[in-house]
Design a protein around this ligand. Structure first.
Ligand SMILES: *Cc1c(COP(=O)(O)O)cnc(C)c1O
Length: 390
């Protein structure tokens, strides 16, 4: 019988050493040794599977990759130093000069910059589609389109798209379907089930879950991950064994953490939607979310991020941020600690008001990554900050 998610996350591990340790050890080593010259030759010529050098592979990194592959329902995975390194590797391994990438407009800021500023330097074309209009995707497909890329739910707008619809379009046109599954994590959503070829993650967020280390990972079919591995082996964005060791332990608690993040976030979103100081609230599992049915179809729960618009615009939003006593002001998300961001004055300050609107951000938008403190204390802090900032 196939083991359940929680069991895979806890029980998948590297082989025990002769010490019989219960918890996987940290293999903090840059290289590995060989019995003799012949052994080394065989390793380098791929005749045997062996660790050579930690830029290529490392047992602590491998344990993390194996867990992610199993949890995503993928054949294989390759881990990288950051989420952006994973996104970059997934693009550069499969795109070449003359190709076209079709991406959702509502994506992470650095991914947007990578697509619109750097890919053109290598002659890779791009265009964007709107998350709310999956039926229009086909209109954007060109002869040279190679990949469809999207994030669902998106950061920070929490827009969603039906993965099954996009999966079918990708299959019909023989395109690589690449999904950033950072906000949902494999516990809440499995894009491969709906036809995704590649799943990328910033492991820095909910996968670490405690705001300690950076990391990224790409999961998919064996042959595709092999290509990504070869690209990374020769370009160098390897995940450090220490970070991999931390992330592998983090996965053991991912299911319980995501359940609690989602429970707190839903309670918080419901409370916000009844508050008179709030213009609007967005959360995948609130019935008022325009794509609520999609969330219910493809996600196990709504995740840990809530966005809302406070009445009073830019000035009120900044005052609100300053009035919080417990909640951290930070750019990160997916931490046990609740974090608030005001995108218009920080992560999205370089965009014009119009551009911000296009990705669903207004001057009064606040993004809250709901942590694992007691829900009464999270709501209490927001309540007093709303009062003080009036
Ligand atoms: C943070 C983030 C990334 C980038 O990950 P890093 O680990 O910061 O490099 C990519 N996609 C999404 C959706 C993110 O939130």
């Amino acid at each position: 019988m196939k083991k359940k998610f929680e069991t895979i996350a806890v029980r998948t591990r590297m082989r025990q050493t002769q010490e019989k340790e219960h918890s996987s050890p940290l293999h903090l080593t840059s290289s590995f040794t060989f019995d003799d010259a012949e052994h080394m030759r065989a390793a380098f010529s791929d005749e045997i599977e062996a660790n050579i050098y930690s830029r290529f592979s490392n047992p602590s990194v491998k344990e993390f990759e194996d867990k992610i592959a199993l949890l995503e329902g993928a054949e294989a995975a390759f881990a990288t130093a950051t989420g952006m390194a994973a996104v970059f590797a997934s693009f550069m391994t499969f795109l070449k000069t003359g190709d076209h990438i079709l991406s959702a407009r509502e994506i992470f800021g650095s991914t947007h910059t990578l697509i619109s500023k750097y890919l053109p330097k290598w002659g890779i074309e791009h265009s964007y589609f709107e998350m709310g209009k999956p039926k229009e995707i086909e209109k954007h497909i060109r002869k040279n389109t190679k990949m469809i890329f999207l994030e669902t739910p998106s950061n920070p707008g929490l827009d969603m798209i039906d993965l099954e619809i996009v999966g079918k379009i990708a299959k019909k046109h023989k395109l690589i379907f690449n999904v950033d599954n950072c906000f949902a994590t494999p516990y809440l959503q499995e894009p491969i089930k709906y036809g995704a070829d590649l799943v990328v993650h910033s492991a820095t967020k909910f996968i670490d879950g405690q705001g300690r280390v950076m990391g990224g990972v790409v999961a998919g079919k064996k042959e595709m991950i092999k290509e990504i591995y070869l690209f990374c082996r020769n370009t160098g964005p390897a995940l450090s064994p220490f970070n991999a060791w931390v992330l592998s332990k983090s996965l053991e608690t991912l299911a319980v953490r995501m359940e609690k993040h989602s429970e707190n976030a839903l309670a918080f979103a419901e409370w916000l939607s009844k508050n008179k100081e709030i213009e609007s609230v967005k959360y995948p599992f609130l019935a008022s979310h325009p794509q609520h049915a999609i969330a219910k179809k493809q996600m196990r729960a709504g995740g840990g991020v809530v966005t809302f618009i406070v009445k009073g615009g830019y000035e009120r939003a900044k005052k609100f941020m300053d009035a919080m006593e417990m909640i951290s002001i930070s750019a990160n998300l997916g931490d046990v600690k609740t974090i608030a961001t005001h995108p218009a004055s920080s992560t999205h300050s370089k965009l014009s008001e119009e551009e911000r609107k296009a990705v669903g951000i207004t001057s009064g938008s606040i993004r809250i990554s709901v942590g694992l403190e007691h829900i009464d204390d999270i709501i209490g802090d927001v309540e007093q900050a709303l009062r003080k900032s009036k």
